[in-house]
Ligand binder design. Structure first.
Ligand code: AMP
Ligand code: MG
Length: 416
């Protein structure tokens, strides 16, 4: 039996960031930039107005109020090419290029236009305007290159693409971006007892929930799930389905069940025959039976335990970090908080992952268990927003003890 840390290190030693691909920027959301993105233009590309108002020569506004002749009007998307002469001003809208000669903008609110309604202004634009506030040069002007200078590295390799990065790429005129490709993750449930969600339950049968929770977990983590259905508990069927996973171009193979010491637990045997077993059994609860190995061609296989809670908890500990690394991420850990346990809990002595609901109370995080902790009780997972981590060797934790909690969900705000 190996420690959680050693098991994770062993798995991560066999996965690396996948090769770069060019994808449309919106598809890159959640992926990692694989090559520096260099700006080939200034942003903004020209000096422009930050306000609706009047483009002026700042030196004309040294003593106010002052009346200037209105020499024209320029909206965003248009150009006023004539030079703004001394004693004149040009009406200007936010985003419009600053006309030559002007070096500042006086906002509407500081002019006599502010006394008039918009309809009035549009119907009979002022041909003279009273300026009521002095402006220094550059006031209300967004200079070209203020945000980005041409030639600058705007997104370094390794950066996660979030909505802001999608916007930055669009502003640079990049329709596509080079990111590490998403891993294809084959998902295989094992068990003679399993029937699909839409099939009737015969005697002794249960529904195959793991396939679906694994698909959801892989999707949420950013991988591409390849759901390959159910393998029966025979070496022949499992072997055939693992080969199918490789034929489907899987970068990672997940199985559930069949890794215990039962008579029909065949995952380890097949892994041995088809590749190399690296370890089996981790010092944790739930999730002790976990097989890891490499299939032909060094495709990693994580044999997750079959109990539905164990499947999910082990996924979070071992598979999520592996998928993130393949995506090119370097931050692999779940977010954690320190929370006070509101009740006493017993622990097996292995590393414990207790399903808890974390709440914020009196400026601290508090955790209480989501009830019975049986590893077949998936609703205990469904009610949880975190996994409280109990150190190895601990048999009991008293109420009031502070523990580290891995947050499964990290909602906005502080209320959890
Ligand atoms: P095993 O390790 O294969 O003996 O599975 C452990 C427990 O998890 C058994 O009670 C199985 O019936 C259950 N189990 C295995 N696979 C699944 C699955 N895909 N969906 C739901 N429960 C499962
Ligand atoms: Mg089984």
């Amino acid at each position: 039996m190996i420690s959680v840390e050693d098991a994770l290190a062993e798995i991560l030693a066999h996965v690396k960031a996948l090769e770069p691909v060019e994808v449309p920027i919106i598809e890159a959301l959640g992926q990692v930039v694989a090559a520096d993105v260099v700006a080939n233009t200034d942003i903004p590309p020209f000096d422009n107005s930050a306000m609706d108002g009047y483009a002026v020569r700042a030196s004309d506004t040294l003593s106010v109020p002052v009346t200037l002749r209105v020499a024209g009007s320029v909206a965003a998307g248009y150009v006023h090419a004539e030079t703004v002469a001394p004693g004149t001003a040009v009406r200007i809208m936010t985003g419009a290029p600053l006309p030559p000669g002007a070096d500042a903008v006086v906002k509407y609110e500081d002019t006599s236009d502010f006394d008039r309604s918009k309809q009035d202004r549009l119907a009979s634009p002022a041909d003279v305007i009273e300026i009521r506030a002095s402006v220094p040069p550059k006031k209300n002007v967004r200079p070209s290159g203020e945000d980005v200078h041409s030639g600058e590295v705007v997104l370094e390799r390794g950066r996660l693409v979030r909505p802001a990065e999608v916007g930055v790429l669009a502003s640079l005129g990049c329709a596509t971006v080079t990111v590490h490709r998403r891993p294809r993750v084959a998902i295989l449930a094992t068990g003679d007892e399993l029937v699909d969600v839409d099939e009737p339950l015969g005697p002794g049968k249960i529904r195959n929930s793991n396939e679906h929770s694994m698909v959801a977990l892989v999707t949420r983590t950013g991988g591409v799930p390849l759901a390959l259905g159910i393998a029966r508990d025979t070496t022949d069927d499992l072997t055939a389905k693992l080969r199918a996973a490789l034929d489907n171009g899987a970068d990672l193979v997940l199985t559930s069940g069949g890794v215990s010491v039962g008579d029909y637990d065949v995952v380890k045997d097949v892994l041995d025959a088809e590749g190399r077993m690296r370890f089996w059994q981790v010092n944790m609860k739930p999730g002790k039976p976990l097989a890891f190995g490499l299939l032909a061609g060094d495709v990693p296989l994580v044999g997750l335990p079959g109990n539905p809670v164990s499947t999910m908890v082990s996924f979070e500990q071992f598979v999520r970090p592996a998928i993130l690394r393949m995506l090119g991420r370097s931050d692999l850990a779940k977010p954690t908080v320190r929370a006070v346990l509101d009740e006493a809990v017993s622990n097996s002595g292995r590393r414990g992952f207790i399903r808890v609901m974390v709440e914020r109370r009196d400026d601290r995080f508090h955790a209480h268990t989501t009830g019975e902790q049986g590893s077949g009780m998936l609703t205990s997972m469904s009610r949880a927003n975190g996994l409280a981590v109990v150190p190895e060797g601990t048999k009991r934790i008293e109420a009031g003890t502070e523990l580290t909690v891995q947050m499964l969900d990290w909602p906005e705000g502080t209320g959890l």
